[in-house]
Design a protein around this ligand. Sequence first.
Ligand code: 5GP
Length: 206
Amino acid sequence: MEKIDFSAKGLGSIIVLSGPSGVGKSTIIKKVREKMPELRFSVSCTTRPMRQGEVADVDYHFLSKDEFLRRREAGDFIESADVFANCYGTLKSEVMSIAENGENVVLDIDVQGALQIMDKAAKDPLLAKEVEFIFIVPPSMEELERRLRSRATDSEEQITLRLSKAVHELSFWQKYEWLIVNDDADTAAEKLYWLIRNFSLGVRKH
Ligand code: 5GP
């Protein structure tokens, strides 16, 4: 995969947000963007079918498996992963055009994808300076299960799958720099909002 040039001046923060499926990432991001409309969202590519209420090229770029594999082969993704038997990937072009414009961009990606970006950041000090890794955790596994069931979008089999992936994903929390417990979506969104405000003010871990 070709190396990305992160030497551009005034890069905005690249905010990588992970957390188990059903923890409420999308809701939190939506709430933060209502207060901070300038915060950009990296629209991922996926091969999974569109859900009711989703809008193509707003929630995801919905691609066929062939198209996804072609783009992956062409090196179009910063990271990509197979999640629940579907492919997901973050477009290099999407993130870099936003960050190079000095804007903050949030990526809602799973742990596999975040680990790939952590790997890149470990080799690229300029990227490391601009990327922030945030993990959203549920207050308990019982609460996560309750939330997954109340979404009513998944079958029993999918819920079991999502719960076992959640246990695996949660074991990676220490890899992340920031942790937000989502016991209440408004409070969690407020915490994320202030964290991002601090990044914009130049508060950095290094
Ligand atoms: P969903 O299908 O429920 O929208 O997302 C399932 C999981 O895929 C979520 O944990 C979400 O964070 C993750 N995901 C969404 N887009 C990407 C992506 O571009 N890359 C990776 N690695 N994971 C993604």
